[in-house]
Design a protein around this ligand. Structure first.
Ligand SMILES: Cc1cc2nc3c(=O)[nH]c(=O)nc-3n(C[C@H](O)[C@H](O)[C@H](O)COP(=O)(O)OP(=O)(O)OC[C@H]3O[C@@H](n4cnc5c(N)ncnc54)[C@H](O)[C@@H]3O)c2cc1C
Length: 203
C-alpha cells in the first residue's frame, strides 16, 4: 500500500466513480488523506454527496503524469505515469472534531500551510458542507518509468526517441483586485512557489 499512499499524497484531483440506476458517473473532486482514509467534501445539497454518503460502491482514481514517452514508432509511444485505482465506500463524518480535522486535511493537501492563515469555517458553513471518509477496500498502484521500449529493428532508425518530462508548475500569484492595501504574500504561497517550481528540461 506504500505506493498507493505515496501517489495519493502527490496527486491533487481524484476522479470518483459510482453508478446510479445503471448510469455510471465519474466526477472530479479534491481530496486529502492521512494514509488511512481519503477525505472528500462537497455541498450537503449536491447529488454527488447525497449519493456517496449512502455508502454505495465507489471507485476513486488519481493519476500523476510524469512524461510523454516518444518512441521510434507511433505504436510504442506511451506515458510515464503513476496512478491509483481504489474501490471502496464513503461514510459521512458526523463527529464535529473529526469533520474539522478532515476539512483541514483536504485544505492542507491542496494548499499546505493555508489553513492556519485563513478564517476557519463557521457553523453555518460546516452545516452546508458534507465531509466523507472514503475507506479503500482494495487498491492498486500502476507506475511506468523510463525510456521507450521500441521494437528491436526500430533502434536502427534515424528517429529521435526519448522522454519529454511534464511538470505541474505554479505561475506568479495574481492578487485579488479587492485585496486591501499592504497585504504581503503569505508564507504558504511563497513556499508553494518554491516547492512546486521545477526547471524545464532543455534536452
Ligand atoms: C478540479 C475539480 C475539483 C473539484 N472538487 C470538488 C470537491 O472537492 N467537492 C465537490 O463537491 N465538487 C468538486 N468539484 C465539482 C464537482 O466535479 C461536481 O461538479 C459537483 O460536485 C457536482 O455537484 P452535483 O452533485 O450538484 O452535480 P450533479 O447534479 O451530479 O451533476 C449534474 C450533471 O452535471 C454534469 N457535471 C457535474 N459535474 C461536472 C463537472 N465537474 N464537469 C462537467 N460536468 C459535470 C454531469 O453531466 C452531471 O450528470 C470539482 C470540480 C473540479 C473540476
Amino acid at each position: 500500500m506504500a505506493n498507493v499512499w505515496d501517489i495519493l499524497a502527490e496527486g491533487s484531483i481524484a476522479a470518483v466513480g459510482f453508478s446510479i440506476h445503471g448510469q455510471p458517473f465519474v466526477i472530479p473532486m479534491l481530496y486529502g488523506s492521512d494514509r488511512e482514509l481519503i477525505y472528500l467534501h462537497g455541498s450537503a445539497a449536491s447529488r454527488l454527496m447525497r449519493q456517496l454518503e449512502t455508502g454505495l460502491a465507489a471507485c476513486l482514481t488519481v493519476t500523476l503524469i510524469d512524461g510523454i514517452v516518444m518512441a521510434r514508432s507511433a505504436f510504442n509511444h506511451s506515458m510515464n505515469y503513476r496512478s491509483v485505482v481504489a474501490f471502496g465506500t464513503a461514510k459521512k463524518i458526523t463527529d464535529a472534531a473529526q469533520k474539522q480535522s478532515a476539512l483541514r486535511t483536504i485544505s492542507e493537501h491542496g494548499s499546505p500551510g493555508r489553513w492556519a492563515e485563513v478564517r476557519g469555517p463557521s457553523q453555518k458553513e460546516l452545516k452546508a458542507t458534507t465531509v466523507l471518509a472514503f475507506h479503500m477496500e482494495e487498491a492498486s498502484a500502476k507506475v511506468r518509468t523510463g525510456p521507450p521500449s521500441d521494437d528491436d529493428a526500430d533502434y536502427a532508425l534515424n528517429i529521435w526517441a526519448g522522454v519529454l518530462p511534464l511538470h505541474v508548475t505554479a505561475g506568479d500569484p495574481i492578487a485579488d483586485p479587492k485585496l486591501r492595501d499592504a497585504i504581503e504574500l503569505p508564507e504558504s504561497i511563497r513556499n508553494f512557489e518554491t516547492r512546486q517550481l521545477k526547471p524545464r528540461s532543455k534536452s
